[in-house]
Ligand binder design. Sequence first.
Ligand SMILES: *Cc1c(COP(=O)(O)O)cnc(C)c1O
Length: 358
Amino acid sequence: MKKHNFYAGPSILTPYTIQKTADAVLNFADTGLSILEVSHRSKEFQAVIDEAAALTKELLQLPEGYHVLFLGGGASTQFCMVPYNLLNKKAAYMNTGTWATNAIKEAKLFGEVEVVASSEDKKFTYIPKDYVIPTDAEYFHYTSNNTIYGTKFWELPNTKGHELVADVSSCFLSEPVDVTKYGVIYGGVQKNVGPSGVQIIIVREDLIADGPALKCTPTMMDWKIQAENESLYNTPPCYGIYVCGKVFKWIKKIGGLEAMKAHNEKKAKILYDFLDSSKMFKGTVEPKDRSLMNVPFITGDEELDKKFVAESKAAGFENLKGHRTVGGMRASIYNAMPIEGVEKLVAFMKKFEEENTK
Ligand SMILES: *Cc1c(COP(=O)(O)O)cnc(C)c1O
């Protein structure tokens, strides 16, 4: 049976990426060795990491003055690396759900944190709009796309000159981004651009020029040292970086981030249009804050939700169960999800609705 992969992360990769990776597991760059068994200091691997960084810069049209880092770990590693490197006294954070909450918790270990707004009052189903960032905050941190709740910042927060730091884990390379508006963007790659185990960090040079804010920052947590060593201070996740490079190539091949955005908008529209017309299913997010990547929905009847999750799984739709903290359903429709996958899902939902309406 053909499977449709709606996992929230690690998540779907394209057949192109999987095939290229399978080839390199057997014979990497004609070395006669596997990508799993070559040194990170080999010239063949150097070419892999150089190409991955160059493609990231090309896709994002990154101006001079930014470093691209591929390190081991995940977005959660940056929850402490951000304050280690930037937090002298005070930072401002926005709380839009679990990942933001975790980032706030870590930052509080290092200095004063002001939570300028939270959408917890409505179970994180919207993005707060009115808030003031305190003048003495050194940076403002927010989560661009909230994977668990399906909300997204459509407008950049007005930081009034503060450094902007964004966790972009679940929307990285899903659309063009003006990186010049940011001091730092970071994410785990396993949602949209690779397998788990790699985190990507794009940081503006002047922010790291004098080393980390906290003098006791351990070497591995130090963006400056990682940048000076071009992500090769220690052994990086070589295999994961290889896969990311293939994902970047695929994005370039289909036309870059404008094409990626059009593809993602088209898919999301198919699903949201259906949710808005259905009498059984409904989206849980404030319409203007809806994510293009993660689409949570419910029937309003927990037993019916369970039935839907079970029957959809049996029909080849993998993992439509909502996050354990929110329940209901969630379809993650990242970059690599084809239009067809969403069309099939909507057809299945229509049929389920017909069969289960008295
Ligand atoms: C998945 C996710 C994380 C956690 O990522 P890890 O790589 O598991 O640490 C953080 N932020 C967002 C927005 C996520 O989607």
